[in-house]
Design a protein around this ligand. Structure first.
Ligand SMILES: *Cc1c(COP(=O)(O)O)cnc(C)c1O
Length: 379
């Protein structure tokens, strides 16, 4: 097999390659766009979007990132157990039952509203918290003009407010009304911040921007940004993001299991949805929807790379395998490497292209990649 320079998986059936140099490049690119005093809070939830949270966090730590965010207490504890001693903020709603774990592992918690704060406070655990302000996402948070509820949190004796956060609903969109909406969200947030400051509260660190807001609204003033997908270099929609040259970190590869010719008029795979109209050389590849290749891209014209050439996926994608039309590609054989996401010498399939086929976003594709795929880290 010659078309891919690096072949660390020997004869593995399917695997994920993680390019740490691309991750470092993305960190320095994003850092280069930040106002002085603003720092990265790296979002490493969902196993760092399928990249491996322990390895990614450790690499980010070495690249000077000191603050991390996850969705659940369990994710945060796994990071602690991997040896990460940095600040970790749990952004999802943690049950009061788990307050002891937050304290024990020195984790910071986003509180969703006054009720959530009260329940956490009543556990008696001493907790560092950030307050979520809902400026228009309408997911978690307190209405910005509900000062009494916000002030009630500052009054909780066991909770120490260390930050205020909000989240934008459409920061990726360059549509005029979405831009106005995002700017209005920012203004509401800052009004609340200023009102609290005016009353003498120490609001701590401010943060609001996920990746697209970092790229599209560099003028917003904050102490932290919360990038996820941009660190991994997989912006989902080329038309909306001002991509400053981020590099994809992840590649998805698998091996050919079998190659053979089939006759015209034969069907391929479950349900017989695809039939040949000519003699066809097909290759069976050892990767399927249990590995995170969405079954719904079957029959959509989705392509992969093999010997640096494009080949169509034909028939239904199976749980552990899929089939390709490789009639036009010479010398395809067992153990040849197939690239589903990533570069193969002269051509590249970006996660963006893969996600578009599946009618979804890159976040969704990456965090569904199967746990049974080995992750191979390239320095
Ligand atoms: C997931 C998440 C992020 C990161 O979003 P990206 O689009 O991946 O940059 C930031 N903030 C919150 C609250 C999130 O849930």
């Amino acid at each position: 097999m010659t078309s891919i320079g690096l072949n660390p998986a020997d004869d593995g059936r399917a695997w994920v390659e993680i390019d740490m140099s691309a991750l470092r490049h993305n960190v320095s690119t994003i850092k280069g766009r930040l106002a002085p005093g603003c720092e990265i809070m790296a979002v490493v939830k969902a196993d760092a979007y399928g990249h491996g949270a322990a390895e990614i966090s450790s690499q980010l730590r070495q690249a000077g990132v000191n603050t991390f965010a996850v969705a659940t207490v369990g994710e945060a504890i796994q990071l602690r157990e991997s040896g990460l001693d940095s600040e970790i903020l749990v952004m999802g709603c943690t049950s009061p039952q788990d307050a002891g774990l937050l304290a024990e592992h020195n984790l910071k918690q986003v509180v969703a509203d006054g009720k959530h704060a009260k329940l956490l406070n009543e556990t008696g655990s001493k907790l560092a918290i950030h307050i979520a302000i809902d400026t228009g996402m309408h997911r978690l948070g307190i209405e910005p003009d509900n000062m009494a509820e916000i002030e009630g949190i500052f009054a909780c004796e066991n909770l120490k407010v260390e930050g205020l956060a909000t989240h934008f609903a459409a920061p990726d969109s360059l549509d005029e009304s979405d831009i106005a909406f995002t700017r209005a969200q920012y203004d509401k947030f800052m009004d609340t911040v200023n009102a609290l400051k005016g009353k003498g509260y120490n609001v701590g660190k401010l943060h609001m921007q996920s990746s697209y807001a970092v790229l599209n609204y560099p003028d917003f003033k904050c102490d932290f940004i919360r990038p996820g997908i941009s660190l991994y270099g997989a912006l989902h929609n080329a038309s909306t993001a001002k991509n400053p040259g981020l590099r994809p970190v992840l590649s998805l590869r698998a091996r050919v299991a079998q190659v053979r010719w089939i006759k015209p008029g034969e069907s391929v795979s479950y349900g017989r949805t695809f039939s040949t109209t000519r003699p066809m050389k097909i290759a069976t590849v050892s990767i399927g929807y249990a590995d995170g290749v969405p079954r719904q891209i079957s029959g959509t014209g989705a392509q992969v790379l093999i010997h640096s050439q494009r080949a169509l996926i034909i028939g239904r994608i199976c749980m552990d395998m899929l089939m390709l039309d490789v009639t036009h590609i010479d010398h395809v054989g067992p153990l040849d490497i197939v690239t589903l996401i990533g570069r193969d010498v002269a051509d590249e399939i970006r996660c963006e292209e893969f996600a578009m086929r599946a009618d979804t976003i890159t976040h969704d594709v990456l965090c569904r990649l199967g746990q049974r795929l080995p992750r191979i880290y390239l320095p």
